[in-house]
Design a protein around this ligand. Sequence first.
Ligand code: 5RP
Length: 233
Amino acid sequence: MTGQTPDPAAQFKQQAAEYAAAFVKDGMAVGLGTGSTAKFVVAELGRRMREEGLRFCAIPTSDATEAQAREEGIPLTTFAQHPYLDLAIDGADEIEPVTLNLVKGRGGALLREKIVAAAAKQFVVVADASKYVDHLGMLCPVPVEVVPFGWESAAARLAALGAQVAPRKHANGSFYLTDEKNLIMDCIFGPITDPDALSRSIYAIVGVIEHGLFLHMATQTITAGPEGIKVLD
Ligand code: 5RP
């Protein structure tokens, strides 16, 4: 991992990822998430294919995950062939343990991630235990994907909902573009006490395509930390 900051939580992410990868069974159509934890899932599924003869097909949630899945030799499928998926496994930036509501999208893949999660009969979230929060919005901004045209207007309306809004940019100052060629507004709301109401308000803004509040979607969360593996459903 030359040139990258070591991730102190990496071993916990790997433990959670490998636990969840065991849920994939022969013949399944599986959604593959994005991010450092999802990477461990994809690697483990590649290993299981090679060493255990596991047979499944997958839809990746980002160009980066697609590249990794191809390297692992995982057969890819499409929504035309599989409009419904048996299972999706993905990471999260925040997990609210009572509701299993999430914030996702720090890796910029929230739109495809939400489409894949919504298509899946089971949506399993994998993370290290540092991702638990009492209220969403405590650790991370909520990313909101907007079309580039008129983004300043969408940003102003997000600010009017009470957020501190920053368009996501690369270190060189250029705008970050998602795989779908949209912009991301990172919105700091602080602790969110009514995520359903906030979700509705964000969706009502013209130009917003999707947001990173994943509400009532996760069927199970698997986290790993110093106390071991914890499964919530
Ligand atoms: C990408 C995501 C990731 O799943 C989320 O950011 C968690 O990433 P990591 O596993 O690297 O902590 O939502 O859009």
